[in-house]
Design a protein around this ligand. Structure first.
Ligand code: NDP
Length: 779
């Protein structure tokens, strides 16, 4: 080829990166690896191979961890934890900083090894994965430094079990290990069996950095090793990234164990292009959204929604661009799309696409490599919203597309998925784009961009994309807990009796659903007695149908979320005012039910909680992050949605008000199962709500047995979160049943909470999700 030819075709020649140093490092280690436990290596075994997906060559032989290996790793982590936490934030910051520096120093080695092991283009491992991994360690070195001053009431959870997938092996390791270590935890991490090498190189770095023994432990092997970590009694928290299916299994397996859990799962993220978008930019953004990392990205913009008027033109441009993508040797710096991770994944993608009988499939006309696991960039247009490929995560270089006519339809289509990880919105109209972003069910929204990440902007999803955030201030709560000891919660019961009411009027209370008093579906109620056995009243026994009606009412009241914090605060103050007007009556009722004398104090504190929540309604707001783009990321606090709560038994009014007030202050709608033994304060309270301008459906009150309501609450697909403060320990049941739609849960694990103390901050946090909206600016 002459220089003239090159100028005419403008083709790139090959620019391969040498694998030499990375392969030499592997050979230096004997090309066989044991586990990294307690600061040293176990004897390597020949259990399985790590292959290069681009050519099938064996890179190294790895060991499958046994139960004894996992035990040893957990014990080492346990032994190291107290000392690591005691080292203090500054001491830990120095270690994290040292790791960050070494990651930087060996950046090229990490990038090449990652590309060899995973098949991703070197351009991506070099320019994205490795720099972001370094960034996470630097960022969290800072968080360690700030912990004592900025998070004074929080402490480490203990030992964290961390299980990561094969698509971003080093980056996911960094996202997991950096915050855990910063907050004083120690870790046992399992990389995916296909991609363990950069985790093992990271272990080498930990040794070089002089990290104390046992702080980081890495065990290799398949999913059964993950299962052992999940089940291990010595683990305090599980952090998992991977498929929704395995996430669900982990939720079920950890139910009732008291282990903290964060899940970063799958997605089917919409990429929405409005007709006024800069189409050429949108095409480039789309290349980045779906062909970055071969589409093996949890937040890949894998569902293109394009406005009807420009659909034809956009698809035409897209196909032309697809034909220019370069597939091949991932070590070549000119390559856009590398190899799919393994034969299983390749066959999964191939089968899913082959099974699609709808629409039109376009495969990029690109030169396909002769060896290795490659799949051509593919576009499938004309699919209906319910088509399996519009719903299922393909996790490969396959884009599906549908059209929309109006912004309302775009939002409806975008949200028509069980997932909620990320979304991209393309429009030159800032009003339109910023109007759409809050309406999308997603943890991250990129305006006129895609796949942008930074440690300062938390990442994570809603719905079946999991819970918890990685990065940002919000990511720290997943690795800390409040300081202090908790006491077991004894079951609270009411009084028995046979007394008759002191007047002939029927004093049967009702349920409160959709702003109206409602008779229970089952038609049954229960007598509530005072200390002397006198009958105080009858409380209805709600069943699953009453719950269903309450959910429907709560769903219908979504206008509450759209009201301003100031407006919600007004309603909360009004509730407080009306409760205050009936203070004496409530105090008497509480004393009569509980046989105590603290009724007046309980009412007074309840009024205070209402004031506190009202105060926060317009102040618990988000942040503006300085992310490394010409623009910002807005971390917006959004309501979780519909929250069902089993209210505390021991504080019949204060418990209910403490739970309700912060939740509705943030725009949620609630379904409250009142104190089981003392339900009458709640049934009196709905009279207060009725006179306080609370829109129907925002607060729904049920009475009855917590045990009966826990299963339908946790299993209901239209409830977004379930909290339990009941003195009946239903933690395991709720966590297990919640796996269906992976709703957020907050359970007490049979531990007491002193409701006379103010827990508003914790409740506000549980009542909100952080959505990061990335907004680039400038011409
Ligand atoms: P998995 O969710 O199965 O794997 C993720 C991690 O969990 C791996 O380390 C895996 O081990 C481990 N694991 C597997 N089973 C269990 C278990 N029962 N308990 C604890 N840990 C377990 O993803 P796969 O790699 O199998 O991929 C399957 C599909 O999941 C892909 O086709 C893709 O669609 C999707 N996926 C989604 C990801 C995302 O981030 N959204 C990431 C990866 C995959 P090991 O791999 O060693 O078996």
């Amino acid at each position: 080829m002459t220089v003239k030819d090159i100028f005419q075709s403008m083709d790139y020649g090959p620019a391969p990166e040498s694998a030499g140093d990375a392969l030499a490092w592997v050979v230096d280690q004997g090309a066989r690896f044991g586990h990294f436990i307690n600061g040293g290596w176990t004897d390597p075994k020949d259990d399985f191979a790590s292959l290069n997906p681009a050519n099938g060559e064996t890179l190294a032989r790895l060991s499958q961890a046994t139960a004894e290996d996992v035990d040893a790793a957990v014990s080492a982590a346990r032994k190291a934890q107290a000392q690591w936490a005691k080292l203090g934030g500054h001491g830990r910051a120095r270690h994290l900083y040292a790791i960050a520096r070494l990651l930087q120093k060996h950046a090229r080695l990490f990038a090449v090894l990652e590309t060899l092991d995973n098949g991703k283009p070197i351009r991506e491992s070099r320019d994205i994965d490795v720099p972001l991994a370094q960034r996470h360690f630097y960022y969290h070195a800072g968080m360690a430094e700030l912990m004592e001053n900025e998070l004074p009431g929080r402490e480490a959870l203990g030992v964290c079990g961390q299980i990561i997938p094969w698509n971003f092996p080093l980056l996911m390791l960094a996202w997991k290990i950096a915050p855990a270590l910063a907050m004083g935890n120690t870790v046992v991490l399992k990389p995916a069996e296909q991609t363990s090498l950069t985790a093992l190189l990271f272990a080498d770095i930990c040794q070089q950095a002089g990290l104390p023994k046992g702080v980081v432990n890495i065990v290799t092997g398949d999913g059964t090793v993950g299962e052992m970590i999940v089940a291990h009694e010595g683990i305090d928290k599980i952090a998992f990234t991977g498929s929704t299916e395995v996430g669900r299994k982990i939720r079920t397996a950890t139910a009732g164990s008291g282990k903290a859990l964060t899940l970063e799962l799958g997605g089917k993220s919409p990429f929405i292009v409005f007709e006024d978008a800069d189409l050429d930019s949108a095409i480039e953004g789309l290349v980045d959204a779906i062909w970055f990392n071969q589409g093996e990205v949890c937040c890949a913009g894998s569902r293109l929604l394009v406005q009807e008027g420009i659909a034809h033109r956009f698809h035409r441009k897209l196909k032309a661009r697809m034909d220019r993508l370069r597939l091949g040797n991932p070590l070549d710096k000119c390559i856009d799309v590398g190899a799919v991770i393994d034969a299983t994944q390749l066959s999964k993608v191939t089968t899913l696409v082959a099974a699609c009988t709808e629409g039109e499939t376009y495969r990029a006309e690109v030169e396909m490599p002769v060896e290795g696991h490659f799949y051509p960039p593919t576009l499938i247009t004309g699919l209906s919203p319910s088509s399996p490929l519009m719903q299922e995560e393909i996790f490969g270089p396959v884009l599906v597309s549908a059209t929309f006519r109006t912004p309302v339809e775009a939002v409806a289509l975008a949200n028509n998925t069980r997932y909620g990880l990320a979304a991209s919105v393309w429009s030159e109209n800032i009003n339109l784009a910023l109007g759409i972003a809050p309406q999308l069910a997603a943890g991250v929204v990129w305006i006129n961009g895609s796949n942008m990440f930074d440690a300062t902007a938390g990442f994570g999803g809603v719905r079946e994309s999991g819970y918890g955030r990685e990065g940002g201030w919000e990511g720290l709560s997943a690795y800390t807990r409040p300081k202090g000891k908790t006491k077991p919660l004894a079951p609270v019961s009411g009084f028995k009796g046979k007394g008759v009411p002191d007047n002939a009027l029927d004093r049967t209370a009702k349920l409160y659903i959709g702003g109206k008093q409602a008779r229970p579906d089952g038609g049954y109620c229960r007598a509530v007695h005072g200390r002397n056995g006198n009958l105080l009243g009858q409380a209805p026994l709600a069943n699953r149908k009453d719950l269903r009606n309450a959910v429907e009412a709560a769903r219908g009241a979504k206008g509450w979320a759209a009201m301003s914090g100031h407006q919600r605060a007004q309603v909360l103050y009004y509730i407080a005012e009306n409760l205050s007007a009936r203070e004496g009556e409530f105090a008497t009722r509480i004393n009569a039910m509980t046989g105590g004398r603290s009724g007046a104090k309980e009412v007074e504190t309840s009024i205070r909680r209402l004031f506190t929540a009202a105060a926060w309604a317009d102040k618990y707001d988000g942040q503006v992050h300085g992310v490394p783009i010409r623009g910002v990321a807005l971390a917006v606090k959004e309501p979780v949605g519909v929250i069902a709560a089993l209210c505390p038994d021991d504080a019949p009014l204060l418990g209910l008000v403490s739970v309700m007030a912060p939740a509705i202050a943030m725009g949620n709608r609630v379904i409250l199962a009142a104190s089981e033994p003392f339900p009458l304060a709640a049934t009196d309270f709905y009279q207060v709500l009725e006179t306080s301008d609370v829109p129907g459906g925002v607060v729904n009150i049920l009475t009855g047995a917590h045990k009966e309501l826990a299963v339908p609450m946790a299993g209901h697909l239209d409830i977004d979160a379930v909290w339990s403060f009941s003195s009946t320990d239903l933690s395991a049941t709720i966590e297990r049943e919640s796996a269906g739609n992976l709703k957020r849960t907050w359970v007490n694990n049979a531990m007491a909470r002193d409701w006379s103390a103010d827990h508003t901050r914790a409740l506000l946090e549980a009542a909100t999700e952080v959505k990061n909206i990335w907004i680039p600016y400038g011409e």
